[in-house]
Structures are given as structure tokens and as C-alpha cells.
Design a protein around this ligand. Structure first.
Ligand code: FES
Length: 323
């Protein structure tokens, strides 16, 4: 992984238990008199871990804050190592290398109303959007679903908005007595006209959300995935010309494009390797990618002028990349 182009060093100031399997991490500048680069609601940073892994985490604090970045990390039992390391290896005082903030889940700041739908740790980018909505005077409604109350992080932050004008909070604990799954069709049908809706959470929630919002204007529907829903393209059998290097490589069956590039000594920046963080985006100069990511919109994919090389492959016999 590489995040060197935009690397920052920060100090881990505090680790806080937020809920069952969820910790939050507060990162501050090495020199407390300095400010961190600004971020917008919905942004994330990539964190370089000592094992060489890099992982992306949403910033959950108020974007008006410049003295810290706060992230929440769920210890995922299916973790490929990132969340386990974050939970088990990091200690307050550690110095970490992180990327500058990037935003693939931006908030429309001229909306008349926002609806936020969070599943589990998917609450994190929406917390920064709640703070930003408050600063902009945009009324909002939150639907926050977790298995039980004990699994729900950041309830104290959410409770601090309780009773404020223009704020509606709905908590949903589906495995508690009498609990049930969020009824997405119903809550989408109840959205005020002209509202924007934002969802973040596990894949099944987001797949149901995509269906429930299919009839809404696409510009008002926003979502961010944490993990892939597609398998990476590793069928191989195509060639890739690297325009800047004047080099052509073959991607063989069983190999992803990123693996082929690394084997050839070319290492573009990458992080999640699941097509969800956008770090590995490369310009396509010729050819038709087989898009497997969750970063590009359908129209961006149709343009075929860029691709995520960690998971996407090629539909044409060859690709020419701006590498
Ligand atoms: S590395 Fe995250 S999208 Fe490719």
C-alpha cells in the first residue's frame, strides 16, 4: 500500500470504548498548535498500519474542527487484519501515518432536508453530516439500526441533538424483544419532497436501500459501502500498456490488474483492495474496463475513462492506462 503522496503524521491521543466491538480513535497533530488539513462531511482518511496494511475510515467529528480527526472502528470478525490491528495493537501516544482526507460521500449543502440511514458502524460518516447539517441549519432525520443497544456506538453524540429544532432521531434495535428490521420502503416513502437521503452500513442494508430508492431522483440518493459486493476481476487474459512508462504487461488468469502491476514493479496508490475507497483510481486512455467497484457512478463507469485497478479488469483485449 502507499499513501505517501499525501501522508501526514498524527498522534493517537485517545482510544474510547463506544459500544460492543466498537472503539473510537482521536488523532491530533504532532504539534498541538498546528491544524490538520480541513475535511468535509462524509470524508475519510487512509491509515497506514505497521503490518503494511492500509485501511480507510470515515471521519466522524464536526468538519469545523481542525484540531483532530476522529474515527470509529468496528472489530470485524471477518476482518482481513485491519480492524483487528487497530483494536489490539494501537495505544494512546502512538504516531500514525494517515492520508489527507478524501471525500467520496459528499453532502449536498443546499438540500432543504436530510435523511440519514445508518446500519452499525455506518453511523460514522453520518455523524459528521449531522454536525454539518446543524451548522448549515438543514433539518434532518436519522434512522440508526443496530442489533441491540449495546452494539450502538456514539449514542451520546446522537443524544446531544435530542430535542433540537429540525432534528428527528429513530433508533432501531432489531434483535431486542419486539425489534424488527428497518422498513426502508416506508421510511423512504415518508421523506419530505426534495429531501436528500444518505445511507451507510452493511451490504444487505445498502442493497435494500438501492431498491427502495430506485424511483427517487438519482442526485438526491447517496450511499457509501464499506466492503465490496462483487468479486474482483481476476480472469486475466488481457494486456495493459502503461503509457508513461512505454511498457506493456500481460495480466494472467488468477491475477487482478493491481497484482499484475505490482508484479511488474509498478505500484499505484491503493488501500481497501475492495473497490470502495477510490485510492487506486487510474485514468484509462484506451480500452473498456470491466468495472467492479462501488466508487464510480453508473455514468462514470460508462465513460470508461478511469477505473479502480484493485478490483476492475478489462472487457477489451487490451487497456492503455495513464501510468
Ligand atoms: S484500493 Fe480502494 S478502491 Fe481500489
Amino acid at each position: 500500500m502507499t499513501i505517501s503522496e499525501s501522508a501526514l503524521q498524527v498522534r493517537l491521543r485517545a482510544i474510547t470504548h463506544e459500544a460492543q466491538s466498537i472503539l473510537s480513535f482521536e488523532l491530533v497533530p504532532l504539534d498541538r498548535n498546528e491544524s490538520l488539513p480541513a475535511f468535509s462531511a462524509g470524508a475519510h482518511i487512509d491509515i497506514q498500519l505497521s503490518s503494511g496494511l492500509s485501511r480507510s475510515y470515515s471521519l466522524l467529528n464536526d468538519p469545523q474542527e481542525s484540531h483532530r480527526y476522529c474515527i470509529g472502528v468496528n472489530k470485524d470478525l471477518k476482518s482481513r487484519g485491519g480492524s483487528k490491528q487497530m483494536h489490539e495493537k494501537l495505544r494512546p501516544g502512538d504516531i500514525l501515518t494517515v492520508s489527507h482526507p478524501k471525500n467520496l460521500f459528499p453532502m449536498n449543502e443546499s438540500a432543504s432536508f436530510n435523511v440519514f440511514i445508518a446500519g452499525g458502524i455506518g453511523i460514522t460518516p453520518l455523524l459528521s453530516m449531522m454536525a454539518r447539517s446543524k451548522a448549515l441549519g438543514i433539518p434532518w432525520r436519522l434512522h440508526y439500526a443496530t442489533r441491540t443497544r449495546a452494539h450502538a456506538g456514539f449514542l451520546d453524540v446522537i443524544a446531544s441533538y435530542e430535542g433540537q429544532n429540525g432534528v428527528e432521531i429513530h433508533l432501531n434495535f432489531d434483535q431486542e424483544p419486539g425489534g424488527q428490521m428497518l422498513n426502508l420502503n416506508e421510511l423512504i416513502a415518508k421523506m419530505p419532497t426534495g429531501a436528500h437521503v444518505y445511507a451507510c452500513g452493511p451490504v444487505p442494508l445498502l442493497e435494500a436501500y438501492e431498491k427502495a430508492t430506485a424511483a427517487l431522483p438519482p442526485e438526491s440518493v447517496h450511499r457509501e459501502y464499506f466492503s465490496s459486493i462483487d468479486v474482483p476481476a481476476n480472469e486475466g487474459g488481457y494486456s495493459v500498456s502503461l503509457a508513461r512508462r512505454h511498457q506493456t504487461i500481460q495480466i494472467i488468469p488468477g491475477q487482478t490488474l493491481l497484482e499484475g502491476l505490482i508484479a511488474a514493479g509498478v505500484e499505484p496508490p491503493y488501500s481497501c483492495q475492495q473497490g470502495v475507497c477510490g485510492t487506486c483510481e487510474v485514468k484509462v486512455l484506451e480500452g473498456i474496463p470491466d468495472h467492479r467497484d462501488l466508487v464510480l457512478t453508473d455514468s462514470e463507469k460508462a465513460a470508461n475513462d478511469r477505473m479502480m485497478v484493485c478490483c476492475s479488469g478489462s472487457r477489451s483485449a487490451s487497456l492503455v492506462l495513464d501510468l
